[in-house]
Ligand binder design. Structure first.
Ligand code: SF4
Ligand code: SF4
Length: 175
């Protein structure tokens, strides 16, 4: 069983960016490695749980700075209720449309409109996509089928970066 010691976990965001980009090609090969073998998903989930236990998202917030958040109707209702405004006002003030005309949270130069420092100001009512991010433990289909998303996420999310490194070791991935 793989052991993740706290000292091995990288959380510095500058380092994550540098290492994640440097390993992009390697991580694409790793994705093919995962897809071409019959690994048991449970072991990947166990590693993800271990990594998540060691990383405090409240001290990071990088996904809120980097990514665009798609929202659903129920997110709009919940957030409008939380902010005590009408859904119409919420839509006008806090949402935008992306290139594919999908509803997303509005962004400013510091990232998501609701991000203050590293903290989410609507945490209790945050959209489902934020709750599930980085979609290692929660997402549609198996972890193996979601691998295509993780190569990019490993360039900014400490959870994904450290998880991928640990799983490489676990699966004896040869570079
Ligand atoms: S709603 Fe909160 S958790 Fe979601 S991206 Fe914005 S700041 Fe981050
Ligand atoms: S999900 Fe990843 S990028 Fe987002 S706050 Fe947590 S560790 Fe940081």
């Amino acid at each position: 069983m793989l052991r993740l010691y706290p000292g091995r976990v990288v959380t510095d965001l500058v380092q994550i960016r540098r290492l994640g980009e440097k390993k992009r090609e390697e991580n694409l090969r790793f994705r093919r490695h995962i897809k071409s073998h019959n690994f048991v998903e449970r072991q990947f989930r166990r590693v993800a749980e271990q990594v998540q236990e060691q990383i405090d998202c409240r001290r990071c917030g990088e996904c809120c700075r980097v990514t665009e958040v798609q929202i659903a109707g129920r997110d709009v209702d919940r957030l409008a209720r939380f902010l005590r405004i009408s859904t119409k006002t919420f839509l006008e003030q806090y949402t935008a449309r992306d290139e594919e005309d999908t509803l997303v949270l509005r962004r400013s130069e510091r990232g998501c409109v609701f991000l203050y420092g590293n903290e989410c100001s609507v945490y209790e009512a945050r959209p489902g996509n934020c709750e599930r991010f980085p979609h290692l433990l929660r997402g549609a289909g198996s972890i193996q089928s979601r691998m295509w998303r993780f190569v990019d996420r490993a360039t900014y999310c400490p959870i994904v970066y450290n998880w991928m490194e640990a799983v490489k070791e676990l699966t004896k991935f040869r570079l």
